[in-house]
Write a protein that binds this ligand. Structure first.
Ligand SMILES: [Zn+2]
Ligand SMILES: [Zn+2]
Length: 114
């Protein structure tokens, strides 16, 4: 897979909304996150970190301090934010874990008990 090399522009955003990216980039990003999750399931943290690094470069987000990305899966809106995993608000709805970005957690925080 060919990935464009990103230069470190000072304008890199802290948060990126996936729907603003091209379909190809969105698909490549989804694949990387799937691979990262699979690696985490096998406790392969080196691969996990590598996939996140690649994903960070792919979407052009400012590398988060945690070096991990989280994707908003808020059930209250159609947010597609990708952001620093440290800032994620996680909640359980039954057996499934969902993630809210900072904006969603501020504006309509969910706990799974609604
Ligand atoms: Zn959100
Ligand atoms: Zn939301």
């Amino acid at each position: 897979m060919a990935i464009a090399v990103m230069t470190h522009a000072p304008t890199q955003p802290r948060e990126i909304h996936l729907h603003r990216l091209s379909r190809t980039t969105q698909a490549a990003f989804a694949d990387l996150m799937d691979e990262a999750d699979r690696a985490a399931d096998h406790l392969d943290l080196a691969t996990y970190a590598k996939r996140h690094r690649t994903a960070i470069k792919l979407i052009g987000i400012r590398p988060p301090a945690s070096r991990e990305l989280a994707q908003c899966s808020c059930q209250n809106c159609y947010c597609t934010a990708v952001f620093d995993a440290d800032k994620a608000h996680c909640y359980m709805d039954g057996p499934v874990e969902f993630v809210q970005c900072e904006t969603c957690a501020d504006e309509h925080r969910l706990t799974g008990d609604e």
